[in-house]
Design a protein around this ligand. Structure first.
Ligand SMILES: *Cc1c(COP(=O)(O)O)cnc(C)c1O
Length: 401
């Protein structure tokens, strides 16, 4: 079925009157029908709801490319970080040793979580925006045979860098170690095929590229890894094995499920499939990014990352050098025009971020650029070019990768 001509799919309806577009990497702007799916109550033990849980698990495994039935999907209540913690606590043995590949806030959070869990870990910290490369991973694994697991972030949402996950997966497999992936902000839009990556497990959540509302995440893991996780978790509610086992036996979540969020997610999955699945979603997000970057460039804005590393998820721009620019004021002016943007997370130079995901299309992105131009005029910023030091940073980046 050719769905590309279905205008209800390719163009995104505006949010309700007075509701701004969320140009943030989740929660994000969802479709009206996704919101409407929450307008009824569900009994968590009822067969109808159990069927929804089964459908959700099956659909996610399909998107992950598990045609052989080697993996299973374990949904878990909470935000994405709860699932990352559940995956680490359940899949890294107590005497294991994890190599964390960090280049931003989410990589650092993985290391912090392992610290809470009392799991031995080594961090390869690449700073704010440099990608961890396969060759480095190989060297570190050669140097320390005690490392059992590599933990990688697929898209590091704090800068918007798309990390070279294939390269990292190949290096990890070559050295006979296990790979765990935080694909929170990438899965559903960026290709992630478990057959190809041979990962032990990955996590994502409802409110990112599948475009659901917040409330749960999911661990997709090799069945063998799930079996081995029995009795390992330090936490009852974050025990992935137990959640999996009970769900398989009863069709139910162990504790109160986020019923409305699940109902919304079923609708979000339907829209995802209608749009052409992962490939269709990637095409829209990549086009959003390209329209945004080109328009912002005309105003003088410069993105942090060069095109090779720039994800279709979120783009970091340097703040303009002009002293009349203040982010707080810029943010308010953007909000008045109906767009919620995101502060930056770089440590050296000021920046801000604009998300490309959610129910937004190229037309919305063009309006974002117009709104930016208007905000600059109101602030009296003549040109949006960043300070020289920002461009030097970027030059440094280009030389190091
Ligand atoms: C969103 C996100 C998370 C989870 O964050 P929560 O606030 O707990 O939902 C984890 N990792 C990455 C890369 C993310 O983008």
């Amino acid at each position: 079925m050719d769905t590309a001509v279905d205008s209800s799919v390719t163009s995104c309806a505006a949010p309700a009157k007075g509701e701004p577009y969320l140009l943030t990497p989740g929660p994000l702007t969802t479709a009206l029908s996704t919101k409407e799916a929450m307008l009824r109550d569900w009994g968590s033990w009822d067969g109808d709801f159990r069927a929804m849980t089964t459908q959700l698990r099956r659909s996610l495994l399909e998107i992950a490319g598990d045609t052989a039935g080697n993996y299973d999907c374990v949904p878990l209540q909470g935000s994405g970080s709860y699932c990352v913690e559940a995956m680490l606590g359940s899949l890294v043995p107590r005497d294991g040793h994890a190599l964390v590949l960090a280049n931003g806030a989410y990589g650092k959070r993985i290391a912090t979580t392992l610290g809470y869990l009392g799991r031995r870990h080594t961090v390869l910290d690449k700073g704010d925006y440099l990608p961890p490369r396969g060759s480095e991973v190989e060297r570190m694994l050669d140097a320390d045979p005690s490392i059992t697991h590599v933990v990688a972030v697929h898209c590091e949402t704090s800068s918007g860098i798309l990390n070279p996950i294939e390269e990292i997966a190949a290096a990890t497999a070559k050295k006979g170690r296990k790979l765990l992936i935080d694909s929170m902000s990438a899965f559903g839009a960026v290709p992630l095929d478990v057959r190809h990556l041979q990962c032990e497990a990955f996590v994502s959540s409802a409110n990112k590229c599948i475009e659901g509302v917040p409330g749960f995440g999911f661990v997709i893991a090799r069945k063998g890894a799930l079996l081995e996780a029995k009795g390992r978790s330090h936490s009852l509610s974050l025990d992935v094995y137990d959640q999996w086992d009970v769900m398989n036996r009863t069709g139910q979540w162990r504790f109160t499920p986020p019923t409305h969020t699940v109902a919304a997610f079923i609708e979000a999955l339907r829209l995802h499939a209608l749009e052409g699945g992962q490939a269709g979603r990637l095409a829209r997000y990549a086009h959003n990014r390209d329209v945004l970057v080109a328009g912002m460039h005309e105003l003088g804005f410069e993105p942090l990352l060069d095109a090779h590393w720039r994800s279709p998820i979120i783009v970091t721009f340097f703040a303009p050098a002009d002293p009349a620019f203040r982010f707080e004021h810029f943010y308010d002016l953007m909000k008045q025009q109906g767009f919620i943007i995101y502060p930056g997370k770089l440590t050296v130079v000021d920046s801000f971020r604009v998300g490309c995901i959610g129910q937004v299309d190229a037309d919305v992105m063009r309006r974002v650029v117009v709104a930016c131009a208007q905000a600059l005029r109101t602030m009296g910023v003549e040109h949006a070019a960043p300070p020289g030091v920002a461009l030097e940073e970027r030059q440094l980046l280009a030389q190091q990768v």
